[in-house]
Design a protein. Sequence first.
Lengths: 371, 368, 285
Amino acid sequence: MAMLEIKNVDKVYSSRGKPPVHAVRALDMAVTKGEIVALLGSSGCGKTSTLRMIAGFESVTSGAIALSQRRIDELPPAKRKVAMAFEGYSLYPPLTVRENIAFALKAQQLSRGEISRRVEAIARLVEIEDILDSFPRAISGGQQQRVSLARALVRDADLYLLDEPMGQLEPQLRAVLRGRIKGLLAERGMTAIFVTHDQTEASALADRIAVMEDGVLQQFASERELKNRPANLFVASFIGEPPMNLLETGVAPADGGFRLSVGSDIAFQIPGDTLDQAARRSLEQGNRVRVGIRPQKVAVGTGDVRVRVVSNQWLGDQSHVAGECAGHLLIAVTPNRIAARAGDVIPFALEPRHLHIFGADGTCIRHAEGG
Amino acid sequence: MARLELNSVGKAFGAVRCADDLSLVVEPGEIVAVFGPSGSGKTVLLRMIAGMFEPDDGDILVGGRSIVGAPPERRGIGMAFQNFALFPHMSAQDNIASGLRAKAKGGELTSRVTSISRLLKIEHVLGHMPRELSNGQKQRTALARALIGNPEVLLLDDPLRNVDAKLRYEMRLELPSLLRRSSAAVLYVTQDYREAMAIADRIAVLIEGRLVQVARPEEIYARPASVAVARLFGDPSINLAEVTPHTKQADLTAEIAGTKVRLDPVDQQAADHGPCWLGVRPDDLVVTRTASEDAIPARIVAITPMHERAVLLLRFADGSEWLAALPPDSPMASADDGVFVRFAPEAALLFDRATGLRVGLPHRRQAA
Amino acid sequence: MDHSSLAGRIFRGVALALVLVFFMFPIVWILMMSFQTNEQILRIPPHILFEPTLSNYQALISGQLRTTAGNLEIPFMRNLMNSFVLSSAAVLLALLLGVPAAYAFARFKFRLGESIAFTLLSFRFAPPLLVLLPLSLYYQQLGLSDTYFGIVWVYQLIALPLILWIVRGYFEDISPDIEHAYRLAGHSWREAFTRIAVPLAGPGIAAAGLLSFIFCWNNFVFALILASADKQPVTVGALAFVTASGIQYGQIAAAIVLSVTPTLLLALYAQRYLVEGLSLGAVKG
């Protein structure tokens, strides 16, 4: 059952004397109860406009939004049964942290004991017990963000909206808090949508990620699906750290399949049986395609692609090796330390089964095997 | 070329001690990252070297000559700022050329601007004003301006802070070779431990105005000097437990959440040490479904995939929480499962509970 | 979120018109008066339609004021010239002194810095008459009374604090790192001031200059006490129209139109800078 349904929603900002800005285009999205969804994209992609339309701070230009089978896009924010944590925290300055968190609960007419029990519990979860009686101006940015999160999560609402909820958190706390909040949301069966530009945060917290660009929803799927089966070139290059290696290759039919090559240095033999009808047709028509391979799938020290090492960086738990071949920079990530130094020539293995192939319009025509 | 030397440099603003007895040598051609949490005094340190503040005590030498008291323009220093600090009313070209400190004229000036901008891939935007540049281009222009005068000392104040993740990654690959070309002594301030490890020859860890450890990146990661340093390196950061190690029939053990775990016998001297912090990195944990004597029972609170790994938030019987980072396709797939956590004895680091300093013999961490 | 309903739009139009009429009425009325003779002006009820005459302007420009009691000489054009000279000189001097001072207040923290800056501002609070009496005595002893220099000097009380506070805010808005970067590139602080700080604070300096020009132009009381007829600006010169044989309303109106026009044009031309200068600089100061 869909908890939140966004149907064909458009948002156009028009101001006199300027061309109208189409911030969100024909957005269709359904979020099931208990799901955690991330709206991910770079700035100006429409993710924040979407969140604000759900919250009711922006009107919908066209289309409909329904929450628990109730149309909400015409309702004022207070009647939508949504809780929100703002990017700028928006804490009430004259109230203490405790009063800030309890503020929304007072409207729910709970007993004083129940309110204080809930506040204490959420404060423990985000580690702000020791600052409950401080005022917002006296605490650090990271602490303010945790208070803002607590104030949203403590409420009873149909939907929790979080705008860049963890951007300012102290790095040492971030991983634990992500785990705790995800655990809390799952345990209570809370439905949440959060906006972020940080894909690490999106993949850590979300069950499904909606990747947006230019106001258009590019793909809405689990983190694993986005990585293994990116819908198009944008998603492929946007998702993944470091980004996917992309090469433009020539196409020639060979041995019942296709031979994709970059100059004379790199060549891949794609067997015909790994391609579906549409992919075959696309390869037969186009003479150039783009192929992508994740840095984690590039093996170092074996293989037949010889690269000149540009940099070799050990980060404590993984090596990032960048090598140049035929004018392309290829990046490999391995959990092992690599002995090569800049300027050395070493082999990289780029296996054809790990390649994603993208057609002329950017859509993915063949995914890598098993991701 | 000249080396940069700091001799017990100290600086206080009112009651706040921003730099406390800092001593550091940066050789020509070497990149030293100054790494620490925000407010640890990194920026103040750079600004003392650049001449925006003078140190209260100690000395700063470039090529054996003290620069304390000299005006910034006579210190032979190039600097790139976090907020770029480009001159908004000058084109990128003029911004870069201003760094030549009126030494070169006419043809030579133009040719040097051209060659440095080719190196930084900003030739095509030389005529643009700063407001027309993207953040990445701004940062490259600022770097070009800092590099063009061939300074003896190069100071980079968190230069990648304000560029987007993709560009930051690219620059992280590119910067070391670019900086080494100039054979300047480079101090690179950053708040990102991965950036520090990727770029620097050595890392100087600055906490509350003190240098706690100065060493090669892999050395710091494997053998952090204190619990504070250990917590700064690694994402997710290191798991900690309060323990009191003791010897039992030649075995060194410690109790974590009611389970006795074995520690590396070479850490014997920790036996008499009293209360300690025990630290284990999330990627050194092994999570299984089968119980064993030295495995700590835990419940999975949540799974948060991160950096191509599955990060598990584990809760022990006593309520304490640890994180485990597993390969992405490991079978521990669902939350709320009961599991058992183990780690190799040599993976554990011990720190004194009172001082935070590491105890025991050097930790051995083998690289493949 | 959308306020553009029909009723809303009508209400907004009416409200705007009311405000406009309220503020524009005196200006329009003065303009009309300047084209009427005294008799026409004093008719009751007043007429909206009339036969315009240029006699008022003629009288002002020729300096001959015809009244029922005979001809009267008025140096109106000279007054106008005086206004120009005094205000421009005062603003120039204030910029020369005020911009470096504003930079010092913005960049360097020194003992009593805030107190000095505030003292300078407080000159604007005191009623001018408070200082004028002792000042005129000093001026007579120093020989500054009834000199251009003396008036320009006393105008610093108006222009200097204004320039100091507006420009200071502007300098504070410029990231000091930009100047640091310029100095590290091998330039002295003087060069950093002239080539970086001053050009970047340009709009603020222009706004402060314009604003203090207008304030100096409109000043009345300083010049009234300290200047004699041939050094008087228009504000004081207009007093001459109150003659023994009656008040020359038509000429007063024409004089006002002539004296307001330069500042009005200046303000309209520099409107954008003025608003920016005031909202950006002064608020932060």
